[in-house]
Design a protein. Structure first.
Length: 367
């Protein structure tokens, strides 16, 4: 009898029905739910939720890692495979202990590399964290990577198979009927509201569009600290900018539907494959993104890519040119089609499940 593998999922995981605090939480929540939808049993070992103070966060994580390591050792009979999305950096040692405990009980290990700074981290071979991360990869039974750019690179550190596991949308594009923008040109910014994600550049772009007589609006989706929210309110004063706050994952696409551009001037060092980028393209929004993380390979010929240092005027000029040339409709269709062909649950999840089955088949043969 072909029994589905039982999965223990460890890492940042959003609580069901609550807004995610970042891309890791959102992606992991989606994948867990979709694995269950395919009939797999999944138990969750979520990392501690963020705390407002560094001391509170450090204490919560320390307690959480210790408890998770103990649970993995005690509860290994409940799962066959531990799938971990490591935060790495200063968390790599406790994450290695969690994996070692699963290995000690004969479980298979899947190490899921997400962030866009993986190559930079691993290019410092003398650093203790890089050595610890390399050890983790060598002990993995399967390594998954978020970007195609990482497949060959990750293979340098492990003899295990390396599988491309991009972010994706659970539902593909619907019946889009894109036409030239009528009325305000609607821009969307969807991310954690922190300076390095480029929100101030997005506001500058709207300021430039308004100053040149263009009817444009910006919807900002995501949570910000109280202090930064006040700063952004002042920066956007008098502009057609709406701050909508954090949005539940299941409400994101409905909220952005009908908008025209996704603006993402991110300079975040750890940028990878943005969930927001995939969701926006699935709704036919034309992506305007900084050349950071995996943005270039995801966007392809469906939008515009900018240098990380480019300011709001560069993004505003791209909006003007795309709208004036009539190119928007074609780019919108391309964006939705690219997601439908490459980044949906239907195209991504069965491949991961097949990899899980290969691990279990190999274990049975070895036994």
């Amino acid at each position: 009898m072909n029994v589905p593998p039982r999965i223990a999922y460890c890492g940042p995981i959003a609580r069901p029905g609550e807004p995610a605090r970042g891309g890791y939480e959102s992606a992991n929540r989606r994948l867990i739910d979709d694995l269950r939808g395919h009939g797999l049993a999944v138990i969750e070992y979520p990392y501690a939720p963020e705390r407002l103070t560094p001391a509170g966060k450090a204490l919560a994580y320390a307690s959480n890692f210790a408890g998770t390591a103990a649970r993995v050792l005690a509860e290994a009979g409940r799962f066959d495979i531990l799938h971990i999305t490591p935060l790495r950096r200063h968390f790599i040692l406790p994450e290695a202990v969690i994996c070692m405990n699963a290995k000690a009980r004969g479980r298979k290990i899947v190490v899921d590399i997400r962030a866009g700074c993986f190559m930079r981290e691993m290019s410092r071979p003398g650093a203790m964290r890089a050595r610890a991360e390399a050890q983790l990869l060598r002990r993995a039974d399967l390594v998954t990577v978020e970007g195609l750019e990482y497949v060959e690179f990750a293979g340098r550190f492990t003899d295990a198979p390396v599988h491309y596991l991009p972010n994706y949308v659970s539902q593909g594009p619907g019946g889009l009927e894109p036409g030239a923008p009528v009325g305000p040109v609607r821009l969307v910014f969807l991310a954690r509201i922190v300076p390095e994600k480029g929100i101030e550049t997005a506001i500058e772009a709207v300021r430039s569009l308004v100053a040149t007589g263009h009817d444009a609006t910006l919807d900002v989706l995501g949570g910000a600290s109280p202090d930064y929210a006040r700063r952004l309110d002042a920066l956007a004063d008098g502009l057609p900018v709406t701050f909508r706050g954090a949005i539940k994952a299941e409400d994101v696409r409905r909220t952005i539907r009908g908008a025209h551009f996704f603006i993402f001037p991110t300079r975040h060092d750890g940028e990878g494959h943005s969930n927001a980028l995939t969701e926006a393209m699935a709704e036919g929004l034309v992506p305007l993104c900084a050349d950071n993380g995996f943005n270039r390979s995801i966007v392809a010929q469906c939008g515009r890519i900018f240098e990380k240092q480019d300011g709001g005027e560069a993004y505003a000029q791209a909006v003007r040119e795309i709208v004036a040339s009539g190119e928007w409709s074609d780019l919108s269709r391309r964006a939705a089609m690219r997601i439908a062909q490459n980044y949906t649950a239907e195209t991504v999840v069965p491949g991961l499940i097949e990899r899980y089955r290969d691990l279990m088949e190999g274990a049975r043969k070895a036994a």
